[in-house]
Design a binder for this molecule. Structure first.
Ligand SMILES: Cc1cc2nc3c(=O)[nH]c(=O)nc-3n(C[C@H](O)[C@H](O)[C@H](O)COP(=O)(O)OP(=O)(O)OC[C@H]3O[C@@H](n4cnc5c(N)ncnc54)[C@H](O)[C@@H]3O)c2cc1C
Length: 391
C-alpha cells in the first residue's frame, strides 16, 4: 500500500469514526485536534437508518448503549413558566440517542490504541507533491503524509487551506445558537425539556445525565455576524448582550454562562460544495457538508461518511482519486436529503409576531394530528436515502 499514512484533522465524531475503520484496514492514522483533549458538550444526538447499520458493523452499539439517553417530554412555556403546548417523550428521538460528548469519547476510546492522537495542535500549511503531502503544524513540527482528511467541522481549517475562504461555501440559515451545561436548578425529571420563545429568540433547558445536570440552549435570529470562532469570551458576551432583559428563567441561565465547562457557540449554517476533494486532500462530516443542527443528521452523516470513505480507500488500491470520487458519489443523496430537512429553520425562531403566534398554534395541535411523528419520520426518510455497501 502506498497511500498508507493518513492525517485526519479533527477529533470529534467524523475523525475518530474514520480512524476506527482505517485502523481496521491497516492504514497508519494520525489525528490532530486543536483542543487539549476530546471536547465535551453539545446536546443529545440521534442515530437512525443507515447510521445504525454502520454502528452495528463497528460492533460498538453495546458500548454506546451504556450512555444511551432518550429525550423526555418537551413543554413550550410562557414567561411565567405556564405550559403553552407539550410534546410527548421521544418526540425527536432516533433509534439510538447519546450525548455528543459521550459519543466522541466512545469513539476515542475505541481508536486511541491504534491511532496517534496529537492534541493542542493544528495544521498551518499543506504542500502537496506527486508522492505525498508535507504538513507543517502550529507546534512547528513538519511531517509527511500520503493523504489528508479534513474532519474539522463547520469552520474547517483543512477546507480553508485546500479550497479557500469558507465564505464561498457557507450558507447561513439566519440563526445562531449556544449550548452549555448548568445545574438542574429547575429540578427537571426524566430528561424533560422546556422551551421559551420571544420574537427572534428561543431559550431551552433540558435535563441531562439522569437529571443530575441540565443543558441550556440559546438561539437568536440574526444576519451573518463577523466574530472570532475561537474567542469563547466574546461569544459568551454576545449571548449575554442579546438575552439580557428577557424574562422566564433567562437571568438565572445567563448567570451560569461564565463558568460553563463546555460552552459551545456557532451559527446554524450549511456547507455546500461542488467537490469534497482536491488532490490528496478530502473533507468529511461537517467540514464537507454540514447540514446544521436543525437537520438532526450531522452525526449520522459523519459516521456513514467515515465508513464509506475508509471502505473506498481500502478497495481503491492506492488510487485515492477514484476512492474520493466514489465516496462522494455514494454520499451525495444522503447529504442532499439531510440539508433539505433544515430548510425551514426560521420557524424554530420566528421573527414576526404572526409567525410566532402561528408556531405556537402548530405546537399546540401537532401532537393530535397525523403529522405528530414528523420529527421522527422525516429524518428517518433522509437517513434511508443511502444503503452503505459491504467493504
Ligand atoms: C463541543 C461541540 C459541541 C457540539 N454541540 C452540538 C449540538 O449541541 N448540536 C448539534 O447539532 N451539533 C453540535 N456539534 C456539532 C456536531 O458534533 C457535528 O454536527 C456532527 O457530529 C459532525 O461532526 P464532525 O466530527 O464532522 O464535526 P465537529 O463535531 O464540529 O468536530 C470538529 C472537530 O474539529 C476540531 N477542530 C476545529 N478546528 C481545528 C483545527 N484547526 N485543527 C484541529 N482540529 C480542529 C474541533 O475542535 C472538533 O473537535 C458540536 C460540536 C462540538 C465540537
Amino acid at each position: 500500500m502506498n497511500n498508507k499514512k493518513i492525517l485526519i484533522s479533527g477529533a470529534s465524531v467524523a475523525g475518530p469514526a474514520l480512524a476506527f475503520w482505517l485502523n481496521r484496514y491497516g492504514f497508519e492514522v494520525t489525528i490532530v485536534e486543536r483542543a487539549p483533549g476530546i471536547r465535551p458538550g453539545g446536546y443529545a444526538i440521534d442515530f437512525r437508518g443507515a447510521a445504525m447499520q454502520v454502528l452495528e458493523k463497528m460492533g460498538i452499539v453495546d458500548e454506546i448503549r451504556k450512555f444511551e439517553t432518550r429525550a423526555g417530554k418537551i413543554t413550550i412555556v410562557n414567561k411565567n413558566n405556564k405550559k403553552i403546548a407539550s410534546m410527548p417523550d421521544g418526540f425527536t428521538s432516533g433509534e439510538l440517542e447519546i450525548m455528543r460528548g459521550d459519543l466522541a469519547n466512545v469513539f476515542y476510546e475505541a481508536t486511541k490504541e491504534d491511532a496517534e492522537y496529537l492534541f493542542d495542535d493544528s495544521i498551518v500549511h499543506i504542500a502537496e507533491g506527486a508522492a505525498g503531502v508535507e504538513v507543517t503544524f502550529s507546534s512547528g513540527t513538519v511531517r509527511r503524509f500520503d493523504l489528508i482528511v479534513g474532519a474539522d467541522g463547520l469552520h474547517s481549517n483543512v477546507r480553508t487551506l485546500a479550497f479557500g475562504d469558507e465564505a464561498k461555501f457557507m450558507h447561513h440559515l439566519g440563526i445562531y445558537f449556544a449550548i452549555f451545561t448548568t445545574p438542574n436548578f429547575m429540578k427537571l425529571q426524566d430528561m424533560a425539556g422546556l422551551y421559551y420563545g420571544t420574537l427572534g429568540k428561543r431559550v431551552g433547558l433540558f435535563s441531562a445525565k439522569e437529571d443530575t445536570e441540565a443543558r441550556a440552549s440559546f438561539y437568536f435570529a440574526s444576519p451573518q455576524i463577523r466574530y472570532d470562532y475561537r474567542n469563547i469570551s466574546q461569544q459568551k458576551e454576545m449571548i449575554r448582550e442579546c438575552f439580557t432583559g428577557e424574562q422566564w428563567q433567562v437571568p438565572e441561565l445567563l448567570g451560569y454562562i461564565e463558568n460553563a465547562p463546555d460552552f459551545y457557540f456557532d451559527s446554524v449554517s450549511q456547507i455546500r460544495m461542488d467537490r469534497w476533494s482536491s488532490g490528496r486532500v478530502v473533507l468529511l462530516g461537517d467540514a464537507a457538508h454540514c447540514a446544521s443542527p436543525m437537520s438532526g443528521m450531522g452525526t449520522s452523516m459523519a459516521v456513514i461518511g467515515a465508513y464509506i470513505l475508509a471502505g473506498e480507500l481500502k478497495e481503491a488500491n492506492d488510487n485515492h482519486t477514484m476512492a474520493f470520487n466514489r465516496y462522494e458519489q455514494a454520499m451525495r443523496p444522503l447529504v442532499t436529503a439531510s440539508q433539505k430537512l433544515a430548510e425551514n429553520a426560521e420557524w424554530f425562531v420566528p421573527q414576526t409576531r404572526f409567525k410566532l403566534w402561528m408556531s405556537r398554534q402548530i405546537w399546540k395541535i401537532l401532537p393530535y394530528t397525523r403529522w405528530k411523528n414528523m420529527m421522527i419520520e422525516l429524518p428517518m426518510k433522509a437517513a434511508n436515502a443511502i444503503s452503505p455497501k459491504d467493504y
